[in-house]
Write a protein that binds this ligand. Structure first.
Ligand SMILES: [Fe+2]
Length: 371
């Protein structure tokens, strides 16, 4: 691969890092180390984990070098260290943490200089720069987890570029229009080439019956109607304010705009809404088959009725802990992306997943029904 492609990778790595650092720029070390919620890591852990994942894959694995801090990496293993204990781990903090991020990056760029990353690269990790795309996606996905936590930080102001991404993604609509998708075979999953996670492969044909799906995600206004009629719980961060509702994320009290897509709802809330509306949640295959004709993707992840399962012929790559250990009936699949998701991460085959009772994620939904 040309040095131009390497320069593009280096630039993308720099852009991702700038975004990461812009998120924590307004915070002091104490805030970085604070555990705000048992289901979210302190930001210092996320930062160290971002650097450690980079060190592990791009410096140790690809570059064959020794780690900078010996056994430290085990405290950044996401499976070994559940979120609720991450605040107590002997992780790097403050100046040491910032130095680690910078030192790893320096080594990463040295290693990048000397590797072959073309389509014919022998190591599958390097072929088409897979491991670099994985690293970029990882850092950007952690940006989103960090933004989930930042919703809990009183007075936190979003970096201007991210605030404008959020505002421009709020293309709400109040129409209840549905799109009809014909019953036929649809190709589901990511093609063989290019970057995608193992859980998106292999691409395979799925036979779908004809169905209809909402053209736009469900709005705050529609959700308020549902709450008023059924007594359902409000989304996370909403509080009653006189006759209306306010969004209290980041300690603010922003009036809820009825035209915006609803977010911070659980799968259970979304599912109950759909039944109330005489509809149902789409399956993830229906969502993907309809995605070329769907508007409004990208403000909130969209819950589907599907459990997070392996596709037929699934092969874990490059490590079991990204997807395989989560397969089963416990997690529900979300599709699309949210305002906190970097565009590089959004693609029709991308599968996100979470527990049905969770709503710290930026989760919304749209409904479907049999045609
Ligand atoms: Fe991670």
């Amino acid at each position: 691969m040309s040095s131009e492609s390497k320069a593009a990778i280096a630039a993308a790595l720099a852009e991702a890092r700038e975004r990461t650092l812009s998120l924590v720029e307004p915070l002091d070390d104490e805030q970085l180390n604070t555990v705000y919620s048992p289901i979210l890591s302190p930001l210092a852990w996320d930062l160290g984990h971002i650097a450690n994942f980079e060190e592990l894959w791009l410096v140790q694995r690809i570059g064959g070098r020794e780690p900078l801090h010996g056994e430290l990496g085990r405290f950044y293993d996401a499976i070994e260290n559940p979120r609720k204990i991450r605040g107590e781990l002997p992780i790097l903090r403050d100046a040491e943490l910032r130095a680690y991020l910078a030192d790893v990056r320096e080594r990463t760029l040295e290693v990048l200089d000397g590797v072959e990353i073309g389509p014919d690269a022998e190591d599958r990790l390097l072929r088409d720069a897979f491991v670099y795309e994985m690293l970029l996606a990882h850092e950007l996905q952690h940006n989103e987890t960090m933004l989930q936590l930042l919703q809990l930080v009183e007075g936190y102001e979003l970096p201007p570029s991210i605030a404008s991404e959020r505002d421009s993604s709020r293309t709400g609509g109040t129409s209840e229009q549905m799109v009809r998708i014909e019953g036929e075979e649809h190709e589901i999953g990511a093609p063989d080439r290019g970057f995608a996670y193992d859980n998106e492969r292999p691409r395979h044909a799925v036979e779908l019956d004809a169905f209809e799906i909402d053209r736009t995600p469900v709005t705050n206004g529609a959700y308020i109607g549902f709450m008023e009629e059924t007594g359902a719980e409000p989304p996370l961060y909403w509080e009653r304010d006189g006759e209306g509702w306010v969004d209290t994320a980041r300690g603010r009290r922003d009036p809820v705009d009825p035209a915006h897509p609803v977010i911070h709802v659980t799968w259970d809330q979304a599912d109950a809404f759909a039944r109330w509306a005489g509809k149902r949640l789409p399956t993830e295959f229906e969502w993907e088959a309809a995605s070329p004709r769907l508007d409004g993707v990208g403000h909130g992840w969209e819950w589907t009725s599907s459990d997070f399962l392996a596709y037929p012929g699934f092969e874990a790559f490059p490590y079991r802990e990204y997807s395989e250990v989560f397969f089963g009936g416990e997690y529900k699949v979300l599709r699309g992306g949210s305002w906190a998701t970097h565009p590089r991460v959004i693609r029709p085959s991308f599968r996100n997943w979470d527990l049905p009772q969770r709503r710290q994620i930026f989760s919304g939904y749209r409904c479907a029904r049999d045609a």
